[in-house]
Write a protein that binds this ligand. Structure first.
Ligand code: HEM
Length: 243
């Protein structure tokens, strides 16, 4: 007897649930990063207390946010997050391959049908997913490898001042540009993914169809704006243009 997960809806549900979890992560991560922009306005950009304690009164908001990301609760969440990413990628690949097969291979693009338009979106999601994943690995070498990796596994040198990492990463214009390309890819991926998530759970009637599209665009825009302002602010700080 085939169970629900043999059907396309089961696969898409897994994709939707893991996607929703990643959206939550992005909202939290984007908000903590945005604290560095607030620090610029309060004159606390770069403030790291000399006492080396976590949650020290002398720390800037962004540093406090990073301290929160190194608490035990988050340490437990990291493997869950990694699992969420892996499941999302695996099912993304499975759904894309099944879509291509179901629509008669790559030639399906020659037909001007709803199915063709549909699979264009699916293919787009896959390509965007690859771009996002590629740059994610690069991103992890800039922050995670210098903060959580030494802290959790004792590998490499730990950097206690996250503002220095912000400046070192975003101080170069080409790096800022690469990150912005990454954020734009995430925006497109989220806009379609958000809608697709609700479509999968059946919230796609006449009224909600348009509303969910708009809500998806708003959520994706908020997330991406948090990241872009963080990057641009760090670029301006690193180059002494503000601060
Ligand atoms: C302005 C943009 C960004 C900055 C400044 C930034 C900064 C950081 C920092 C400081 C860490 C180390 C952990 C922490 O204390 O938070 C980290 C980890 C991480 N970042 Fe980012 N990040 C940015 C964008 C992104 C985006 C767009 C994604 C996903 C698509 C992402 C995914 C991750 C992941 C998966 C980790 C490792 C897990 C974790 O530490 O929670 N980051 N990032």
């Amino acid at each position: 007897m085939p169970n629900a997960f043999h059907y396309s809806i089961g696969r898409k549900l897994i994709q939707a649930v893991s996607g929703a979890f990643l959206v939550m992560f992005l909202l939290l991560h984007g908000t903590i990063n945005f604290f560095s922009v607030i620090d610029s306005f309060t004159g606390k950009y770069g403030s790291v207390a000399a006492d080396d304690k976590i949650f020290s009164a002398g720390d800037g908001l962004f540093k406090l946010g990073c301290d929160f990301m190194s608490t035990s609760f988050i340490d437990i969440m990291v493997p869950v997050l990694a699992l969420g990413v892996i499941i999302h990628i695996l099912y993304g690949i499975i759904i894309t391959v099944k879509n291509i097969k179901a629509r008669g291979g790559l030639k399906r693009y020659e037909a001007q049908s709803v199915a063709a338009a549909d699979s264009w979106a699916a293919k787009n999601m896959f390509v965007l997913g690859i771009v996002i994943l590629g740059i994610l690995f690069f991103h992890l070498t800039h922050f995670w490898a210098k903060m959580q990796l030494p802290e959790m596994f004792g590998i490499g040198a730990f950097e206690n001042n996250p503002y220095l990492l912000l400046n070192a990463t975003f101080g170069k214009w080409w790096m800022l540009l690469l990150y912005i390309i990454w954020f734009v890819a995430i925006w497109f991926h989220l806009c379609h993914g958000f809608w697709s998530m609700f479509h999968t759970v059946g919230w796609d009637n006449q009224i909600w169809f348009k509303r969910i599209k708009v809500i998806g665009i708003i959520v994706a825009t908020i997330i991406v704006c948090l990241f872009i302002t963080t990057g641009v602010n760090a670029f301006l700080q690193a180059n002494g243009i503000i601060g």
